[in-house]
Design a protein around this ligand. Structure first.
Ligand SMILES: [Zn+2]
Length: 526
């Protein structure tokens, strides 16, 4: 069951709930999506004393009014028996396996001021999104989303006129809703009950159907004009639904009411739009942090301060510093080279011939050739019965390197978990990106990142902060469950002799020849 603003009308709420339970049987939970407290909260005393009983486990959220803050208890504890305060944001699963995400309170950024305890930040939005996505290789949506504010855009409804105060609308919540795709989205309404026709969620890739969302705003508990304020339903959780049922359409469904660009924004509320071509970027390390304070710029990471000399670059193919004997194959824009201190004899790097910092910064023709190299490397490793992990660390590097490491087939299902474990140990927030996400569309050029592509198509992504372990990718792949060579995590500890390197390169080149598209180009020109 879900109800709107209670505003202190506890008797009206709980006696109504009791009569619904008498008629329809027990419910899992009651969720109060608006203000639980009001100006007068004296009715709560009877429940505190135990003379009246709360008939069902009740979850409350918020607060969104400063005067209610003192009435709240610690997150996770009971206000009165059977009424539990869930905090401002999070995700939980009911005993019936229904997954509920919530982000309540007001938006500091959109409100233009902070109300202690009552406001949320853009980072709260991404935290809820990340919590929804965690541990899911194929994300289909969340059963329910509860917010205090309404997502901006939802009021654009052709069939039903709906007036919503501007200050009730939040763009950050539109971002959240478009990303986490709730099947039900509940909000409190100050007056009217409103139920929108379901809208079909957008997908990040073509030919991929997503679930539909029902948006429902509930009127205040016990309102005089008898607008609907309680909603009782039994939900079948997404986790137990057949995909065909989940994706089934209804005749009244509409298109998604939110700006489709929001779906491509990896982080909420930090978009810089460039006029003209409609391209946008967002900054992961913008000058403004969530508290509106200016961040101190890390001098070492400031590109202007670094003097770049191509003569000394280890990877610019024209540079005298390149170890030419490591080069395996040279294409039009990129080349393959054996890794220094390789994890296996077939551990190679895909590198641009000219100096470019990261995959996000290279021109399209280079990224196209990188894709080609990745595709043939996959085939090459497959011919040896191996899978491949590609990873790139664009953090404290100067010349783009994509590591290509063959791994045994048997560990395919474990790789993501091991990455997540290792990230957990190092307190790195690791994200699993939806399939087919293009990292080049996601990042502001210049922002640091760690990115890996796993054999099953999963992509993982992290934003390195200070103390990001330089050998993160190697640490993971060298674990006993994958390559079992922990002594090789640091490449400097496992350098091999030049003779061995030459041997590895020759062996790779011989076996790789049938897959090497650059060789075709050579023979054509002969
Ligand atoms: Zn270079």
């Amino acid at each position: 069951m879900i109800c709107g603003d209670v505003n202190g009308n506890f008797k009206a709420l709980f006696s109504r709930v009791e009569s619904i339970i008498k008629k329809s049987g027990q419910f899992d939970v009651l969720l109060c999506v608006g203000n639980f407290f009001g100006d007068d909260n004296s009715e709560l005393d009877a429940y505190k004393m135990g003379t009246r009983k709360v008939p069902v486990t009740t979850y409350i959220f918020g607060p969104s009014k400063p005067e209610h803050v003192p009435l709240y208890c610690e997150k996770g504890s009971e206000i009165v028996p059977n009424v539990i305060y869930m905090g401002k944001r999070g995700i939980f699963t009911t005993s019936a396996d229904v997954k509920i995400a919530y982000l309540t309170g007001l938006s500091r950024r959109e409100l233009g001021k902070e109300l202690p305890m009552c406001t949320f930040e853009p980072s709260d939005c991404s935290a809820v999104r990340d919590a929804c996505f965690r541990g899911q290789s194929e994300y289909r949506g969340v059963d329910m989303l509860i917010t205090t504010l309404w997502p901006a855009g939802i009021q654009q409804d052709e069939t039903q006129k709906i007036d919503v105060d501007q200050e009730r609308l939040s763009n950050l919540l539109s971002w959240l809703a478009i990303h986490i795709k709730p099947r039900y989205h509940f909000v409190p309404s100050p007056d009217k009950h409103y139920e929108r026709q379901p809208y079909r969620n957008l997908s990040t890739h073509q030919d991929y159907r997503e679930c539909a969302t029902r948006f429902i705003a509930l009127a205040p508990v016990g309102n005089k004009v008898k607008e609907k304020w309680i909603y009782a339903c039994s939900l079948q959780p997404i986790s137990k639904m057949r995909v065909t049922d989940l994706l089934q359409g209804t005749t009244d469904e509409t298109v998604c009411p939110y700006d489709p660009d929001l779906l491509m924004q990896h982080q909420p509320g930090k978009v810089v739009k460039f006029s003209g071509n409609g391209q946008y970027f967002f900054s992961t390390d913008g000058p403004e942090d969530d508290n509106g304070k200016r961040k101190r710029r890390d001098r070492d990471d400031n590109p202007e301060r670094k003097k770049f000399d191509p003569e000394t670059c280890w990877f610019c193919l024209s540079s005298p510093s390149v170890e030419k004997h490591l080069v395996i194959s040279v294409g039009s824009h990129c080349y393959l080279a054996l890794a220094k201190g390789p994890l296996t004899p077939y551990h190679v790097l895909i590198l641009p011939i000219a100096h470019h910092q990261s995959l996000v910064k290279v021109p399209d023709e280079i990224s196209e050739e990188i894709k080609k190299f990745k595709a043939v490397l996959k085939q090459f490793y497959a011919s040896m019965g191996m899978l491949v992990v590609f990873f790139e660390r664009n953090y404290r590097t100067s010349h783009m390197q994509i590591q290509s490491v063959p791994v045994p087939k048997i560990c395919e299902s474990q790789i993501l978990e091991i990455f997540q474990d290792e990230a957990g140990i190092n307190k790195i927030p690791l994200e699993v990106l939806p399939p087919y996400t293009d990292i080049r569309q996601m990042m502001l050029p210049g922002a640091p990142y760690f990115h890996a592509e796993l054999p099953n198509g999963d992509q993982i992504f992290a934003k390195p902060k200070q103390n990001f372990p330089i050998h993160f990718g190697r640490d993971v792949l060298s674990t006993p469950q994958i390559l079992n060579c922990e002594d090789k995590a640091d490449w400097r500890q496992c350098l091999i002799s030049k003779e061995e390197e030459i041997e590895y390169v020759k062996d790779f080149r011989d076996k790789f020849r049938p897959f090497d598209f650059t060789a075709d180009a050579d023979s054509d020109s002969d």
